[in-house]
Design a protein around this ligand. Structure first.
Ligand SMILES: [Zn+2]
Length: 447
């Protein structure tokens, strides 16, 4: 039995899906205007791991996992204008990079990756229903959600009115009836790129607000033909920073458009990745990206293990030591698993993950597994040990060239030219290749 901490209920609850054969999970995906940093990588890695657990528990085909792509946003327009390129150059480049980075971290592609720009008619339709139901109003080319019409507003973040108005992201504007009201649709603006990234609507040329995007795409659930119209999904996930206002607003829109039906049965939020005492964020400029770390020679699996080393709801301080430690742990696990085929999965690893995705406990348990085949399969549930041990220790190196150097070194040693032998060893070490001399000759591995 999987138990998950539900932010709405403020407690761990047994995860009982509405339909165990068709479980639905939606996670808010990237806004594609810049390269993802390692903090942005935490939700995809965490929810990828949860998806693996759900599929293990309920069956490979039980889960439909959707992760959207926000490809309409003022930040995208700003990035395009700054570079002097069309917005599509920005969205295509950064989405491609995002998929590459997440792929390197062993994140499987979601079943559906709906792009906001492909769901504009669905958003317009939902906004119209909110207008018809008296939950929204039109003012100066904007459509706004009227928070006062939703008596449950604040249910997720448990904020009262004062706290909501104090929120940094509440924008005071003359066209709002109340400062807490939020945008469902806004006018296009006049710059070339603002016009390029805009759509016709009953309220004029414009763009959707960010929150309505997720509500409308969840309803369409990736446009899957057999899914039909979805009002309530099993799991809605994302980072802690999305609780307010984004998820609070998603809840309000969806419930008001669906006669009170809840949007999600479980709200699951991951904590931040911290740099020093601060949250890692683009606006603070204290970011490290997976792309940089990979370019430095770190392996994707090392970064994945680092991201899973703390419980997902806890803050994760990102340090070089954490990366080094994670590499050492993987070396040990790869050595223990060798090249065994994947066997059965250890029940204690499953139990640890089933307890609100307790990845530190699951990782700890891996060290106690004696059977290499069971270790391989159990680590696989966390998306680890996906390579052969041989590839982990030696992959990426030009094997023939290394063997040639080893032969040269053996020759040098034979003629008692130890200076040359040492130099070859040092040169290989600088390339990340470690030589080990044994009775049967010299073997090598990656550092
Ligand atoms: Zn969202």
């Amino acid at each position: 039995m999987i138990r998950l901490y539900d932010t709405l209920a403020r407690e761990k609850r047994p995860f009982v899906p509405l339909n165990p054969e068709r479980i639905t999970m939606y996670v808010c995906g990237p806004t594609v205007y810049g390269r993802a940093h390692i903090g942005n990588a935490r939700p995809p890695v965490v929810f990828d791991t949860l998806a693996r657990l759900i599929r293990h528990e309920f069956g490979e085909k039980s889960l439909t996992y959707a992760r959207n792509v926000t490809d309409v946003d003022d930040k995208i327009i700003a990035a395009a204008e700054k570079e002097g390129v069309g917005y599509r150059v920005i969205t295509e480049r950064y989405y491609r990079d995002y998929l590459e980075d997440m792929g390197a971290l062993g994140v499987a592609p979601p079943d559906f990756a709906p792009r906001a720009t492909a769901y504009i008619p669905q958003m317009i339709d939902m906004i119209q229903r909110l207008l018809d139901g008296g939950h929204a109003y039109v003012a100066e080319g904007h459509v706004l959600f009227e928070v006062a019409t939703d008596s449950d507003y604040g249910i997720l973040s448990r904020r009262d009115r004062d706290a909501i108005l104090a929120g940094a992201r509440v924008e005071v504007a003359p066209y709002k009836r109340d400062p807490a009201d939020f945008v469902l649709w806004k006018p296009a603006g006049e710059s070339a790129e603002q016009v390029a990234l805009s759509f016709p609507s009953p309220w004029g040329q414009g763009r959707p607000g960010w929150h309505i995007e997720c509500s409308a795409m969840i309803e369409a659930f990736g446009g899957r033909q057999d899914a039909g119209h979805v009002e309530t999904i099993d799991i809605h996930g994302g980072g802690l920073d999305l609780i307010f206002p984004h998820h609070e607003n998603e809840i309000a829109q969806s419930r008001c458009a669906h006669a009170g039906a809840p949007l999600a049965r479980f709200w699951v939020h991951n904590g931040f990745v911290d740099m020093g005492a601060e949250k890692m964020s683009k606006s603070l400029g204290n970011v490290v990206t997976p792309a940089e770390l990979l370019a430095q020679g770190h392996r994707g699996e090392t970064l994945r293990l680092a991201l899973l080393s703390a419980h997902y709801r806890q803050p994760l301080p990102w340090t070089e030591a954490l990366v080094e430690q994670s590499k050492a742990i993987l070396d040990r696990l790869y050595r223990a698993a060798g090249d065994a085929p994947a066997g059965g999965i250890d029940s204690e690893v499953v139990d640890a993950l089933s307890d609100d995705l307790n990845t530190p406990a699951a990782l700890g348990r891996l060290h106690a597994i004696d059977d290499p085949a069971v270790l391989k399969a159990s680590a696989g549930l966390l998306g680890l040990l996906s390579e052969t041990a041989d590839n982990w220790f030696r992959g990426g190196a030009d094997e023939a060239a290394v063997e040639t150097r080893i032969a040269e070194r053996a020759e040098a040693k034979k003629s008692r030219d130890f200076a040359t032998a040492d130099r070859i060893r040092e040169e290989l070490k600088a390339e990340g290749i470690v030589l080990e001399d044994g009775p049967a000759g010299t073997t090598w591995r990656r550092e």
